[in-house]
Design a protein around this ligand. Sequence first.
Ligand SMILES: [Zn+2]
Length: 1036
Amino acid sequence: MALEDKREKRPPVTPMMIEEEAALRNGSRGLPPGPWAEAAGPRPRTTERHIAVHKRLVLGFAVSILALLAVTMIAVLLSVRFEECGAAADGPPRASGNGSLSGAARQPPGAGQPPGRPEEEARGGEAAAEKEEEEEEEWQRRRELPPWARPRLPRHLRPLHYNLMLSAFMENFTFSGEVNVQLEVRNASRYIVLHAHRMHIEAVRVAEDKLAGGVRVARSFLYPQTQVFVVVLNRSLEVQRSYNLKIIYNALIENELLGFFRSSYVLHGERRFLGVTQFSPTHARKAFPCFDEPIYKATFKISIRHQATYLSLSNMPVETSVFEEDGWVTDHFSQTPLMSTYYLAWAVCNFTYRETVTKSGVVVRLYARPDAIRRGSGDYALNITRRLIEFYEDYFKVPYSLPKLDLLAVPKHPYAAMENWGLSVFVEQRILLDPSISSISYLLDVTMVIVHELCHQWFGDLVTPVWWEDVWLKEGFAHYFEFVGTDYLYPGWNMEKQRFLTDVLHEVMLLDGLASSHPVSQEVQQAADIDRVFDWIAYKKGAALIRMLANFMGHSVFQVGLQDYLTIHKYGNAARNDLWNTLSKALKRVGKSVNIQEVMDQWTLQMGYPVITILGNETTDNVIVISQARFVYDSDAKPKDPAFGDNSYLWQIPLTIAVGNTSHISSEAIIWVSNKSEHHRIPALEEASWLLGNINQTGYFRVNYDIRNWRLLINQLTRNHEVISVSNRAGLIDDAFNLARAGYLPQNIPLEIIRYLSEEKDFLPWHAASRALYPLDKLLDRTENYNIFNEYILRQVASMYLKLGWPTNNLNKSLVQASYQHEELRREVIMLACSFGNKHCHQQAATLISDWISSNRNRIPLNVRDIVYCTGVSLMDEDVWEFIWMKFHSTTAVSEKKILLEALTCSDDRNLLNRLLNLSLNSEVVLDQDAIDVIIHVARNPHGRDLAWKFFREKWKILNARYGEALFMNSKLISGVTEFLNTEEELRELKNFIKSYEEGAAASFSRAVETVEANVRWQRLYKEELFQWLRKSLTH
Ligand SMILES: [Zn+2]
């Protein structure tokens, strides 16, 4: 599953904004969703459609009443007893016959009786409730939790195969289903407990397989607290026999983001609807009763009945379609291989598609709304998907497992994408691409999300983590392979060696440097914890640890190990130790012996990361002292973590060291550092040699040195920076800024390092500097002496800005052909120049905007549009704001719409900012997930920070109700609004606010407090030191 990760999409905010995306997320960096187009408000529809639907509903209602009567009569006549579900509606048990099952299931449930909400269903009859209480008391007497109240499903049953028949009623957004589960009994028990949530269960029956005899159901009920459905039998199921469990149910296709939900789009002025699923991590249970834990792999045979005006899709291809006279059709899909419930998927839509076939015969289709398919917006994704399947098949030496892969582009989805096996779902902005109006960073986003989801077809779908604590394993791999796979598509871009550092490593070290961080492998007990594990620590730290592992193992041995792992565990589940064992064996075969489990456990089970300090050559010959300690931003926060208090954090660190002088560098082999402090002999260490740790930043840690060594390194960068690798230049910048921020290093060292940038022609060090400067800027942007800082940065940028100039209008040039490194460097420098107030940059932006307004032709180069829009809005009068506002409304291109909206937050007119904040909650104007971005962007603007903070507090109830269930959105909002608060007053306001709204999001709020405390502490301790040095430096 890809969480939405924006790269490089932040225009400057007045007076400066360097890198909002790269921003320091001292709180958890939020995880934005895909667009969710609809809100709770009334759903717009045309009158015609409304009338048509109304007629159909009336007709459906009449038919269902007739059917119900007929069914009841037949049942009474035949006296066939079907076990009544205790959880069904109140009232006397309704008898119904076998013959009625399919008939009842085929009625639109909404036309008769609407499916109840879980709370209603849970009530059941009074007698049933009494029995339930008695039974719970019995369990209490035995001092045990009843099997349905435990956080995990009891282990006595195993599903082998599901037959699932669904009918989707798109005219009233309901569906009905009949599921038949073949069960294997491991331990005798009278209880069947499986997941089911937010559905109305009509009937349940248990039969012994192959034999005709049924097993009487004593009662059954939904238990919403653990989201399960419980069937209590009159006698025990016997060991090693298999049984069939049949459940008939119905539910709503809800207007939300999880389970089987609906969304819509407008085509030729008419609103069209579609139903699609999102089951990961725990929402399959909202769509059908199932054993909804990843370990319960089974095979699935799905059939979907729908109106013939729609088409249906699922994981497997359609085997047969049966058309009925009344305009309905049933698609029967082929049986899946063994798989977990959360990778199951289906959709009912009227999309069209384009298709391609891989060398090995896998049919790849991209389905999207018809206008997008016609425009060719899906062609890029389709083309790279074919190439990527071929890449992964070759890399993993395991063929893609299914006959087809469909990519589905939907308007609304909670994540950037979801890797359902054979039917991966993407939010439109992460898969549709129109080359004539997309920037390089947009293309990069689309590419990497696709690379990510395709990796999951192996890491996740084929081999699935045993339990959610190891979610970081599949997500870490997929995130790491985003860079490896993109390098395959664009070999010159060097993503894994370069961009990985700024976008993953540097970014996650910001989060993981908080005392309130958490280990990458988190214990997960109950369903409510499961959403929590999908955060940037899992994704980015997971990826950083995997990269470190690949580097110390050697890439080719690592690859062989992965091949073995996938081959051994395919169609099954595996835990992290299975991977460590396979990798250790692969290492052993090449004669190396490292206990990978022992090493990796320290990195995955402990939170945070170390800072290595290398002290050189002062006393004895060629001997250096290497020590390790946990890095943490706010040393005052240390006592909050008792484990940290006793100084017990220790890692086995694969440290590489290079020794260099002005013209020469030599690298040493890996030194494994496993003690608090160690002495090591380094040959050829001369008087003027410098030491450099963590070569190419392959390790997940920071490195600090004595001041003398820092000076030698600065000297080296100034005289000839190319002696040090591009990735280490970026690494030195990031380490220095963050060490200074946390108080490990004097404040002037990072500012001295970036002086060499005037000679730096590579993108990555600029990018690292820009990202590292951003949080510092936010700490200073409301202070009296801000101009001194501003002036200093402007001086460092000026000469490169002049050298590079502006891009020409490249509307006709294919993005893929554009020189990525050069264009991205130019963009970065322009962004810095415009943000810090370079006059030429401002003029250029104003000229481009004026030209657009007067000619009504947008000739602004694609790759800098966001910078120009934002600079224009911040510098020019209200008319420009209105113009951008108008364009935001009129454009239909998803990528363009987003940057226009973000530009509106750049104004320094507080009335306009307030107006925008208030409009942001109107779902008709701003998509729900974009509203979060509006509020966060206003908070990043120094003129709007207090407005956004006030708005957030006043509207918290509304915001929390809207985003609460999607935890990652809420946490993004909280950290985005609070991360740059930095005064004592604001800290007090934050603490008071939390006191009054304790419920939910507790982890996000405690991170927010730690971040703001660290900000306040930095202001108190280091701000003056920084300004003093800057003053001195500028007068020289
Ligand atoms: Zn993923």
